[in-house]
Design a protein around this ligand. Structure first.
Ligand code: AMP
Length: 283
């Protein structure tokens, strides 16, 4: 496994592999790797011949007062994981390399970045899209792997790739969960034991949503009210409980077709998100 600390060395390593006819797989991450990241890397190892993982805590996707400074950065442990699961190159750029002394070019995706997390994290998706565009231009992958846990992110990146005619395919991998349903996240480590127990209610609320849809309910308000009941705890601050069209992310009064049920909460200092995708028409 090679460690590329500069854009130039990352490019050279990928170019050499491509010259040998290898298909390039790319997994962008912010590090603090856990089993969900590993599942993305394994998907990349399975589907492609040469796997690049980037580890970059991207400053431009954090808002003021968010956890950029305290975001975990266990680089040695991350390298050991990458080595073990068959990564070919770990790309670890600095903010200065990625953004230079002054960055004037940004990628804004309209409409899809307004609802859900966009309402609570202004500028977040601009940062995510811009860094992914930069990383795609550096790594030039054939396939890039993202997690369904960050559903809006995956939709935004897919749209950017389509709209800007980027020559790669976005692969979205399933959400990996703890045994009690909590989606794995680097931010789960911010939770106390009590908060960690409460956090399992996020997935419970999504399961309740699924049950109600399975039972034939279609009224969004009634369903989200039941979900809210589950999450109504002193330690949980709900940001949103939304049921939206899975492609446009626009709200639905009556539920039909492919839908995304998505939840964002704050528990202590952690902001946690989760979602489920459902196809109501096929019921
Ligand atoms: P991050 O390091 O948090 O930026 O995440 C890197 C990638 O891992 C993103 O594509 C995330 O969607 C994905 N990811 C993070 N947590 C999960 C999870 N629990 N299940 C599936 N994918 C995940």
């Amino acid at each position: 496994m090679k460690i590329a600390k500069t854009i130039k060395s990352a490019r050279n390593l990928v170019e050499t592999a491509r010259g040998k006819g290898k298909k390039i797989g790319f997994v962008p991450t912010m590090g603090a790797l856990h089993i969900a990241h590993i599942s993305l890397i394994k998907a990349a190892v399975k589907k492609t011949d040469f796997v690049v993982v980037s580890i970059f805590v991207n400053p431009t996707q954090f808002g003021p007062g968010e956890d950029f400074e305290k975001y975990p950065r266990p680089l040695d442990a991350d390298m050991a994981i990458c080595r073990k699961v068959g990564v070919d190159v770990v790309f670890v750029p600095t903010p200065r390399q990625m953004y230079g002394p002054k960055n004037l070019t940004w990628v804004n995706i309209e409409e899809l970045t307004g609802p859900l997390c966009g309402r609570f994290r202004p500028g977040h998706f601009r940062g995510v899209a811009t860094v992914c565009a930069k990383l795609f231009n550096i790594v030039a992958p054939d396939f890039a792997f993202f997690g369904q846990k960050d559903a809006q992110q995956a939709i935004v990146i897919k749209r950017m790739v389509a709209d800007l005619n980027m020559p790669l395919k976005v692969v979205v991998c399933p959400t990996i969960r703890e045994p009690d349903g909590l989606a794995i996240s680097s931010r789960n480590r911010y939770l106390t034991d009590h908060q960690r127990k409460q956090a399992a209610l996020i997935y419970k609320s999504l399961q309740k949503c699924k049950q109600m849809l399975d039972a034939g309910l279609t009224d969004t308000k009634a369903i989200t009210a039941q979900m809210q009941k589950i999450l109504n705890r002193p330690s949980i601050k709900i940001e949103y409980i939304s049921i939206v069209d899975a492609e446009t992310l626009q709200p639905l009064d009556r539920i039909a077709g492919k839908i995304l049920a998505a939840v964002a909460v704050r528990i202590g200092s952690a902001r946690l998100i989760d979602n489920i995708l459902l196809d109501v028409s096929s019921k």
